[in-house]
Design a protein around this ligand. Structure first.
Ligand code: RAM
Length: 851
C-alpha cells in the first residue's frame, strides 16, 4: 500500500528536462481516503521530512540545484487515514543540457539531406536538434521513436532539443551517427499562406553526446529527392546508398559538411510528449476508377502517411496523392482543400503528393517521414500491379497524448459522433494544435481555446498545451496583440500583409482561457503565473481599444459617444461568430471593417472575469479587484448597447443569445426570457442550430442549464443540415469545418477534418453522463446525469490526476447511478429526482425514481 503513478511535470518520460524546479506528482494508495501528510526523498540528498497537507499534485522540487545531465531518483510516502505508507517505488527525472555553455559541438549545415559521422567513446545520451526535421540513426538503428523532430515552435526564440538514451545502440569499435535532414517548418511551406524559408534558408543539425568525440560530418544527396510538410515527399530508391546509416559504409565520395555558428541561446526542452506513429490502419477498400489508377480508402480520415510495401520493378515511378473526398465517379477530389485568398491570382495547390521510384529490391517499402498528410483516400498512379490491402498501411501520426477519457451510451449514433470527435483530435495534435491537418495546419488560437475543455477530458493535454502557450506568448506583439496562430510564421506576422488580421476577440482570448482550463483540469498554477504577463498585455490592449476607438458606424449613428462606450470593444479586426450556417464569409474588405462589438465586448467581459479568478489563485488581490471591475464595466457596456429591458438582444441571433447565457452577460431575471428566445429561434429554424464557430460549443450546455434539455437533445439528434448527425450520415469520420462540408449533392467544401465542432461531445461527458469538474483536477466534482433523447444508459470514465473517475447510469423502471470517486476526492451527485448526495472515495451505487 504505497503511493504510485509517480510523474514529473506532465511527462511520462521526463528525460532531458530543463526545468530548474520540476514538479512531482503521485497518486494515493488504493483505498486511502485522503492524504494528511507526505514526505519526499531524492537520490541527491533532498528529504522534505513529513509535510502536513493534502497536496499530491505538482509539488515543486526544492533539493540541491540541478546540474546538467543529472539523473535524480525520488520516492514518496504518505500518511492517510490508513496510517503511514511505505516508500513508493522510485521515480526519476533527468536534466538535459541546462546551459548554453554545455554545448561543445558546432552546428552542421550540410548542402544535402543525408549526413553521417563516426564517433568514439561509449556515450549513453544523445542531445539532438535541427533547423528542419531530422531522423537519426545510430549504427543503422533508428534513434528513439519520435517523429517530425525537433517539432514545431516559434523558432525565433524557441527550438526544442530531444534527449535520447542510446546506451543499447552503441557498441565497441566504430560507431556511426546518421541523420536524414529535411526542410520541415524551418525552410519548407508553412502556415495559411504556405510561405517558405520562414526561419531560415538552410537546414542544419546540432548533435552532442554525453561522452566521446564526434568526427567530421559527411553529406550526400542520396535518395531523398525532396521533402516538404505540405507538398509531400519524393524518394528515388535507385539512389539509396545501401548501408549508409551503419558502420563500414564507404563515404569517401561524400562531401564534407560545413560547420555553422547558430548559437545555443534558443534551445529549450519540450513539456509535451513527442509525435509518434501511434497506430496502423488496414485499408477497407482499394478501387480502380480508371486504368493505371488505384484509390486506397482507409475508412478513416487521419493525420499521417501510408506505408506501401510493394513498389513494382526497378524504375517504377509511383505517385501518391492524398485527399479526403471522392467524387461521384470514385475519383479523388482535392479542390476543396486549395487555399484561396483575395490577394492571390489563383488558389494554391492542395499539395500532399508523394512520389517513389522503386529500385526493385526485395523487402523494399516506401514510408515518408518528412511530411504529413490529412487524408482518408490515396490515389495511386503508375503502379503496375494490383494493390491489395496487405500491401498498404495507413500510419496514424500525432502527439502521443495519454488517453484519459472515454464515453459510451445506448445510442450507436452517439458512439459514432464521439469517435468522429476523437479522431478530430487525433488528426489535429501534430506537435501543435492544428486547425486541420491538410490545408493550413496552423495553430489557430480560437480553435484550441474552444476545444481545450473537451480535449482535456479525452487526453492529457497539459504538457502539449503548455508547449503551445509558450509559443503564443513568444508570438505576442509588443502592443499585446495575440497572433492568430502560433507558431506564427513571419510571412503572417506583424510586418506582413496579414498583420491586420491578428488580435481578434475569441481567438486572442486563448491566452487567458487555455491557461485557465489547464489550471482547472490539472491544478497547474505555474502555467497561470507564467502566462500572466501575456494575459495582462492582451486585456490591456482590449481595454485600450475600447477606450480610445469607436466603430465608424456607431460614431455616425451616435455622434456623441455614450459613457458606456469606454468599455465597448468595437474596433479592430475580429473574425466574429464565423462560419454561421448558410452564410458565406463576407468579402475581404467588409471583413476588415465589420462591427463585431457584440462578440468582442462579450469576450472582454469573459476574459476579465477569468482574470479576476486567476489573480485570486495567484494571490494578486489588487488585480483580482481590478479585473472584477473591468468585467462589470464591460458587461454594463454590453447590456446598454445590445440588451433591451424586455430581454431582447441585438443582434437577435442564436449565437448572441448563447454567448449572453454562457458568459453571464444578462441579469439573472432576464435569463429565462433570453433562453426562451433562443428556443424560439431554434424552432423558427425548423429545430436547427444557427451557430458558427464561437457559440456552437456552448449551445447545448446553455439550453440544458436553462431547463431546455429536451431541445438540446433534439439538436444533438437532428439529422438534417445543419447538424452533427448530418455529417455522419454523409460519411464523415471527423468533424467538418463548415456545416455543409459535404453538401446534399455529395460535393466537398473546405476542410473535412476541423476538430472544433467536435466540442459537442462535452455535452455527452458533462450532461448526458453528467460528470463536471468543480475544483481543480476534479478534486471535487459533480455528477448530474441528464437522461434524455431516448438514451437508456451512459458511462463516462475519466483518468483524472487523482485517479480514475467512473460514472454510469441505467434507466429502466428505476434510475441506477454508479459513481467511483478516487482517493482524496469528493463528489456531489444529483439524481434526476433531485436527491443530492455527498460521496467520498470508493464505489457507490444509488437508485432513484425516474423523473
Ligand atoms: C480558418 C481556420 C481556423 C479559423 C480561422 C478563423 O482559416 O481554419 O479554423 O480559426 O479560419
Amino acid at each position: 500500500m504505497t503511493p504510485y503513478g509517480l510523474r514529473v511535470e506532465h511527462l511520462d518520460h521526463p528525460l532531458g528536462i530543463l526545468t530548474a524546479a520540476p514538479r512531482l506528482s503521485w497518486r494515493l494508495p488504493p483505498g486511502a481516503t485522503g492524504q494528511r501528510a507526505y514526505r519526499i526523498r531524492t537520490g541527491n540528498g533532498w528529504d522534505t521530512g513529513p509535510v502536513v497537507g493534502s497536496r499530491s499534485l505538482l509539488v515543486g522540487y526544492e533539493g540541491p540545484a540541478l546540474r546538467s545531465a543529472e539523473r535524480v531518483t525520488w520516492q514518496v510516502k504518505v500518511w492517510t487515514d490508513r496510517g503511514e505508507s511505505d516508500w513508493s517505488a522510485p521515480g526519476w527525472f533527468e536534466t538535459g543540457l541546462l546551459h548554453a555553455g554545455d554545448w561543445r559541438q558546432d552546428w552542421i549545415e550540410p548542402g544535402a539531406p543525408l549526413l553521417r559521422t563516426a564517433f568514439t567513446g561509449r556515450p549513453t545520451r544523445l542531445y539532438l536538434t535541427a533547423h528542419g526535421v531530422y531522423e537519426a540513426f545510430v549504427n543503422g538503428e533508428r534513434v528513439g521513436d519520435a517523429e517530425l523532430t525537433p517539432g514545431f515552435t516559434q523558432y525565433r526564440s524557441r527550438l526544442q532539443v530531444q534527449t535520447y538514451d542510446i546506451a543499447a545502440l552503441v557498441r565497441p569499435g566504430e560507431n556511426v551517427l546518421a541523420v536524414v535532414l529535411s526542410g520541415g517548418w524551418w525552410c519548407g511551406q508553412t502556415g495559411a499562406l504556405r510561405a517558405t524559408r520562414q526561419w531560415g534558408t538552410r537546414v542544419a543539425v546540432l548533435a552532442q553526446f554525453d561522452d566521446g568525440a564526434i568526427g567530421p560530418w559527411r553529406c550526400a544527396r542520396g535518395h531523398l529527392t525532396s521533402a516538404d510538410l505540405i507538398a509531400g515527399q519524393r524518394v528515388d530508391l535507385t539512389a539509396l546508398p545501401l548501408g549508409w546509416t551503419a558502420p563500414g559504409f564507404d563515404d569517401s565520395g561524400w562531401d564534407d559538411a560545413p560547420v555553422a555558428r547558430h548559437g545555443y541561446d534558443t534551445l529549450v526542452d519540450s513539456p509535451a510528449p513527442p509525435v509518434r506513429r501511434v497506430e496502423e490502419i488496414v485499408p477497407v477498400a482499394i478501387t480502380r476508377p480508371r486504368p493505371g489508377r488505384q484509390v486506397i480508402d482507409l475508412g478513416q480520415n487521419i493525420n499521417g502517411w501510408i506505408r506501401l510495401g510493394r513498389l513494382g520493378p526497378a524504375g517504377t515511378r509511383i505517385t501518391l496523392t492524398h485527399g479526403e473526398h471522392l467524387d461521384a465517379g470514385g475519383e479523388l477530389t482535392t479542390g476543396h482543400l486549395r487555399p484561396a485568398f483575395p490577394f492571390l491570382p489563383a488558389p494554391l495547390p492542395a499539395g500532399m503528393v508523394d512520389e517513389v521510384v522503386s529500385a526493385g529490391r526485395a523487402g523494399e517499402a516506401f514510408e515518408p517521414r518528412h511530411t504529413t498528410h490529412g487524408f482518408r483516400y490515396v490515389q495511386v498512379d503508375g503502379h503496375p500491379g494490383e494493390l491489395t490491402p496487405g500491401d498498404v498501411r495507413g500510419v496514424v501520426v500525432h502527439t502521443d497524448l495519454r488517453r484519459t477519457g472515454w464515453f459510451s451510451c445506448g445510442d450507436p449514433r452517439m458512439h459514432r459522433l464521439h469517435e468522429a470527435a476523437l479522431w478530430g483530435v487525433r488528426g489535429n495534435v501534430c506537435d501543435i494544435p492544428t486547425d486541420c491537418p491538410q490545408r493550413e495546419r496552423a495553430g489557430w488560437t480560437g480553435d484550441w481555446q474552444l476545444f481545450v475543455p473537451t480535449a482535456a477530458f479525452l487526453y492529457d493535454v497539459a504538457g502539449f498545451s503548455t508547449k503551445w502557450l509558450r509559443d503564443v506568448a513568444a508570438d505576442q506583439w509588443a502592443d499585446g496583440t495575440v497572433a492568430n496562430m502560433s507558431p506564427c510564421p513571419p510571412a503572417e506576422g506583424p510586418a506582413s500583409p496579414a498583420a491586420a488580421l491578428h488580435g481578434s476577440a475569441g481567438w486572442g482570448d486563448a491566452v487567458v482561457i487555455v491557461p485557465w482550463e489547464l489550471y482547472r483540469q490539472y491544478a497547474d498554477e505555474r502555467i497561470l503565473a507564467e502566462m500572466w504577463p501575456a494575459m495582462v498585455a492582451w486585456l490591456d490592449r482590449a481595454e485600450r481599444m475600447a477606450r480610445t476607438g469607436r466603430h465608424p458606424d456607431r460614431a455616425a449613428a451616435r455622434p456623441v459617444p455614450a459613457p458606456h462606450e469606454q468599455y465597448l470593444w468595437d474596433t479592430g479586426f475580429h473574425w466574429g461568430e464565423w462560419l454561421v450556417p448558410g452564410e458565406d464569409p463576407p468579402p475581404f474588405d467588409a471583413m476588415l471593417t465589420a462591427d463585431h462589438g457584440d462578440v468582442a465586448t462579450a469576450y472582454l467581459a469573459r476574459s476579465a472575469a477569468l482574470m479576476a479568478r486567476i489573480a485570486a489563485v495567484l494571490g494578486r488581490d489588487g488585480d483580482a479587484r481590478r479585473y472584477a471591475t473591468l468585467r462589470e464595466r464591460a458587461v454594463d457596456a454590453w447590456r446598454r448597447e445590445f440588451l433591451d429591458p424586455r430581454g431582447r438582444l441585438t443582434p437577435d441571433t442564436q449565437a448572441n443569445l448563447v454567448r449572453a447565457l454562457a458568459f453571464d452577460l444578462v441579469p439573472e431575471e432576464l435569463r429565462p426570457a433570453v433562453a426562451d428566445r433562443l428556443v424560439e429561434l431554434i424552432r423558427l429554424a425548423g429545430t436547427h442550430l444557427a451557430t458558427g464557430f464561437l457559440a456552437t460549443p456552448y449551445l447545448l450546455p446553455v439550453l440544458a442549464d436553462a431547463g431546455h434539455c429536451d431541445v438540446a437533445f433534439e439538436l444533438l439528434l437532428r439529422d438534417t443540415e445543419p447538424s452533427w448527425l448530418t455529417m455522419l450520415d454523409r460519411g464523415a469520420t471527423t468533424m467538418w469545418e463548415h456545416w455543409n462540408g459535404v453538401d446534399a449533392d455529395g460535393v466537398a467544401h473546405h476542410s473535412l477534418n476541423h476538430y472544433a465542432k467536435g466540442a459537442v461531445v462535452s455535452f455527452l461527458h458533462r450532461y448526458v453522463a453528467g460528470l463536471v469538474p468543480v475544483d481543480p483536477a476534479y478534486r471535487r466534482f459533480r455528477v448530474r446525469p441528464h437522461p434524455g433523447g431516448g438514451i437508456t444508459w451512459a458511462e463516462a470514465v475519466h483518468e483524472s490526476p487523482y485517479g480514475r473517475i467512473k460514472v454510469r447510469w441505467e434507466l429502466d423502471s428505476e434510475f441506477v447511478l454508479h459513481v467511483t470517486v478516487p482517493p482524496g476526492c469528493t463528489a456531489e451527485a444529483i439524481l434526476p429526482d433531485g436527491t443530492t448526495l455527498s460521496l467520498g472515495p470508493g464505489s457507490h451505487t444509488r437508485t432513484a425514481r425516474p423523473r
